[in-house]
Design a protein around this ligand. Structure first.
Ligand SMILES: [Ca+2]
Length: 416
C-alpha cells in the first residue's frame, strides 16, 4: 500500500525534474537552512527535536553493545585552530590541516611545526577553508600529498571544493598541481565536503558536498553532491561510469549526495564507505556503488531546520535511488571515519569509528560483515566536537577537535 503511494508520487516528481533543470542559482536558497552563511554550521550543531520517521525501511538505531568500552584519553597535541584532518607519515610524524589555511607537521612528541609553505589560498568562510589531507600510498618514494580545500572564485564571494597534489619537501610543498575543482562555484560558505580515499588500485575518490545547492546533487553535468574517482595523477580513469556521455561529467562515481565529511576503504571488502550530513535528521552511511544515485534531495530521512519538509523531497524511499546503508534519525553531525584494524585493542577490531560534531561524541559502530549491529557513544561527557577520526600506526585512535583551540587526542581502551 505504502509502496504504491510512493511509486505514484515519485513518477510525478521525476516527471517534473526531467523538464529543463533549473540552474542551481535559481533554486530557492533559503529553504534549506544550512545552505548559506549564518546557518552554515547548523548541520554541525545540535537540534533538539528528533525527526519523526515515516515509511522507515533502512537500518538505523542499532542497540548499544553488550560490553561497553572503557576509554582512556591522552591529549596528544594542542594549540590548533579548527583542525580538520590528520594523516600519518611513515617517519612517525603526522600532517594536520587547520581550516583557516595552514598545514603543519606534528612530531612524535606532539610538537607542532611552523606552517608548511605553498599551501593553496583558501575560502575560509562558513564551513570553507583547508580541509582534507592524504598521504600518497607511495609516499616513501614519491613524497606526494593531496589536499582538498574551498577555492574562491574571481569575485571572492563564491567557492567550490578543489584538490591539489604536491611533493612534500621539508617545510614546503613543491610541484603543486591542481587535480580537481568544482565549477561553477556555488557555495557562499556551505557544504564543501570533503575527504580523499585511495582505493588501493591506482585511484582516489573525493567525497564532496553540494555547496548548499540541493538540485545540483542530481545534475550529472555538475560536480556538486558527488563522489568523484580520479587516477593518482588526477587524470580521469577510462573505466569511470559516465565516461563518453556528453551530458555528464566523467569524474563522477556516484551522485545524489548532500555533504560528505567522512570516507574510508573497508579493510576486508575493499569497498568505499562514506557518510554524509542529513539536514535535520537523516545523517547517513553509504557504500557508494558506481553510477548509483544516493537520493538527495529527492529522498531523505531528514527535514529542514525550520521543521518544514525539504522542498524537493518525495519521501524516505524513492525508486531509482539507493537507501542509506544506515542512518540516524537525530543527526550526530558526522565528520571523519576510520575502520579499526589494529591488534592493540582486539575488542575494537572491525569497528567503524565516526566523529560527531553536533552531539559531541565519538561513535563506534560494531559490524557483522557489512551490517551495523551495535552502536556505542564514547567521550560523551567530554563535549568535544570531533572533526576527524584516524587509526594511528600504534593502534590507537586519534581524533581532532573542531575548536578555536583545537586538540589532537589519542584514544585507547583502558583494559587495566
Ligand atoms: Ca541518501
Amino acid at each position: 500500500m505504502r509502496r504504491t503511494t510512493l511509486a505514484l508520487s515519485l513518477s510525478l516528481t521525476l516527471g517534473a525534474c526531467s523538464d529543463p533543470a533549473p540552474t542551481a542559482s535559481d533554486t530557492a536558497p533559503a529553504a534549506d537552512a544550512a545552505t548559506q552563511p549564518g546557518a552554515a554550521a547548523a548541520e554541525e550543531s545540535a537540534s533538539a527535536t528528533p525527526v519523526a520517521s515515516s515509511g522507515v525501511s533502512a537500518p538505523h538505531g542499532a542497540p548499544a553493545p553488550a560490553t561497553p568500552s572503557r576509554v582512556e584519553v591522552t591529549e596528544f597535541a594542542t594549540g590548533l585552530e579548527n583542525p580538520w584532518s590528520l594523516a600519518f607519515l611513515p617517519d612517525g610524524r603526522m600532517l594536520v590541516t587547520e581550516r583557516p589555511g595552514r598545514l603543519r607537521y606534528i612530531a612524535a612528541d606532539g610538537t607542532l611545526s611552523e606552517p608548511i609553505a605553498n599551501t593553496p589560498a583558501v575560502f575560509a568562510i562558513g564551513q570553507g577553508g583547508l580541509l582534507d589531507v592524504a598521504v600518497s600510498p607511495g609516499f616513501a618514494s614519491d613524497r606526494t600529498v593531496y589536499l582538498t580545500y574551498a577555492e574562491p572564485d574571481a569575485s571572492g564571494n563564491n567557492a567550490g571544493t578543489a584538490a591539489i597534489r604536491a611533493t612534500l619537501v621539508d617545510n614546503a610543498l613543491q610541484n603543486v598541481r591542481q587535480i580537481f575543482r568544482q565549477e561553477p562555484k556555488l557555495s557562499r560558505g556551505a557544504h564543501f565536503g570533503s575527504r580523499i580515499v585511495f582505493d588501493g588500485n591506482g585511484h582516489l575518490f573525493i567525497a564532496l558536498g553540494e555547496n548548499g545547492e540541493r538540485a545540483a546533487s542530481q545534475r550529472l553535468d555538475h560536480l556538486q553532491g558527488k563522489i568523484v574517482r580520479l587516477a593518482l595523477d588526477g587524470s580521469i580513469p577510462a573505466d569511470n561510469p559516465f565516461v563518453g556521455r556528453s551530458d555528464a561529467r566523467a569524474e563522477i562515481w556516484s551522485y545524489g549526495h548532500r555533504n560528505q565529511q567522512g570516507a574510508a576503504l573497508h579493510p576486508v571488502t575493499g569497498q568505499l564507505w562514506t557518510h554524509e550530513h542529513g539536514p535535520r535528521g537523516g545523517d547517513e552511511i553509504n557504500i557508494p556503488q558506481r553510477a548509483a544515485n544516493y537520493g538527495w534531495p529527492l529522498a531523505t530521512y531528514g527535514i529542514n531546520y525550520s521543521g518544514a519538509p525539504i522542498l524537493e523531497s518525495v519521501g524516505t524511499a524513492v525508486a531509482g535511488t539507493e537507501q542509506p546503508h544506515y542512518y540516524w534519525e537525530q543527526s550526530p553531525g558526522v565528520s571523519g571515519m576510520a575502520f579499526y584494524t589494529a591488534d592493540r585493542f582486539p575488542a575494537w577490531n572491525g569497528s567503524l569509528f565516526v566523529g560527531s560534531m553536533a552531539q559531541r561524541e565519538l561513535i563506534r559502530l560494531q559490524l557483522d560483515g557489512d551490517r551495523i549491529v551495535a552502536e556505542e557513544r564514547l567521550l560523551s561527557e567530554r563535549r568535544w566536537r570531533i572533526r576527524d577520526v584516524r587509526q594511528g600506526p600504534d593502534g590507537y585512535i586519534y581524533v581532532v577537535t573542531d575548536e578555536a583551540d583545537g586538540k589532537v587526542l589519542k584514544i585507547g581502551l583502558d583494559d587495566a
